[in-house]
Ligand binder design. Structure first.
Ligand SMILES: C[S@@+](CC[C@H](N)C(=O)[O-])C[C@H]1O[C@@H](n2cnc3c(N)ncnc32)[C@H](O)[C@@H]1O
Length: 265
């Protein structure tokens, strides 16, 4: 792993996302939007890629689907197991990497990812794996942060202060419909898009910023990196709050996202 920048990056992601659980309160309503747009129904085999605490997986299970979930973070998977057990759902949660899915070809009727596969360093590898495990005629659907909107801009800001290693694609590229079309290519038909909002309650843009510093993987890493550079840290914080302020009203930060769905040929 010492010389593999992708393995190093994923090890950092695995550690960085371990504190994400409080944010799952806010990804819970978007999970319903994704499952609905994907048309998940009873009896289908469904995979939730980068499932975190299982908000999409549990939502799909409540529709009667047979669900598997996979994530890099064992800490979040513990929460996912707890979330499933509350409703007595049996979900096959596994620790793993979207770039190397531990499932046979054509295993699933539906493959989903909410704000998840977008963090894999190699988009072509991630999407090839997601399509490999999907049955022909099956549906792939994912939610992603557009580059020009709130969280896309925050990730760009984070990348400005802590540039990712060479060869790692910026996650919000997955929020651009033109790039999504290119990446899905001829492997799919009937690509459709919709949009929805994730609403995060906050007392002020500064409160929002503090919450992100405590829970969002890439920002946690950046704050650790800037520990010895107080001026730079203060500048980053000011820039983050300035972005959040543009989406803040009535004690809510409104974050719009893109949902994509398509059918595998
Ligand atoms: C923003 S969280 C979203 C979690 C969940 N899908 C939700 O909507 O609440 C991003 C998730 O992606 C996972 N992740 C990042 N890179 C991954 C990879 N290469 N393979 C699997 N999971 C990954 C993280 O561990 C984290 O749980």
């Amino acid at each position: 792993m010492a010389n593999d920048p992708f393995a190093q990056f994923k090890a950092m992601q695995r550690e960085g996302w371990a504190l994400f659980s409080p944010l799952a309160t806010f990804t819970t309503p978007p999970a319903a939007a994704l499952v609905e747009f994907a048309g998940v129904s009873a009896g289908q085999n469904v995979l939730d890629v980068a499932c975190g605490t299982g908000v999409v997986a549990v939502t799909a299970a409540r529709r009667g689907a047979t669900v598997s979930g996979l994530d890099l973070s064992p800490v979040l998977l513990d929460d996912a197991h707890r979330n499933a057990s509350v409703i007595g759902a049996t979900i096959d949660f596994r620790e793993g990497d979207v770039e190397n899915l531990p499932y046979a070809d054509a295993s699933f009727d539906v493959v989903l990812s909410q704000f998840g596969h977008m963090f894999a360093p190699r988009p072509a590898v991630a999407i090839a794996e997601m399509l490999r495990v999907l049955k022909p005629g099956g549906r792939i659907a994912f939610s992603t942060w557009p580059p020009e909107l709130m969280l896309g801009r925050v990730f760009a800001l984070t990348g400005k202060y802590l540039p990712p290693p060479t060869g790692i694609a910026p996650p919000p590229q997955w929020g651009d419909p033109n790039i999504v079309r290119e990446r899905l290519g001829d492997a799919v038909r009937d690509i459709e898009f919709t949009r929805d909002d994730m609403v995060v309650p906050a007392l002020s843009p500064a409160h929002y910023r503090v919450q992100m510093e405590l829970t969002a993987g890439p920002i946690i890493k950046l704050i650790q990196t800037l520990e010895g550079e107080p001026q730079k840290l203060a500048q980053f914080r000011a820039e983050l709050e300035a972005i959040a302020a543009q989406y803040f009203a009535h004690n809510r930060v409104r974050q719009s996202f893109l949902i994509t769905r398509a059918i595998k040929r």
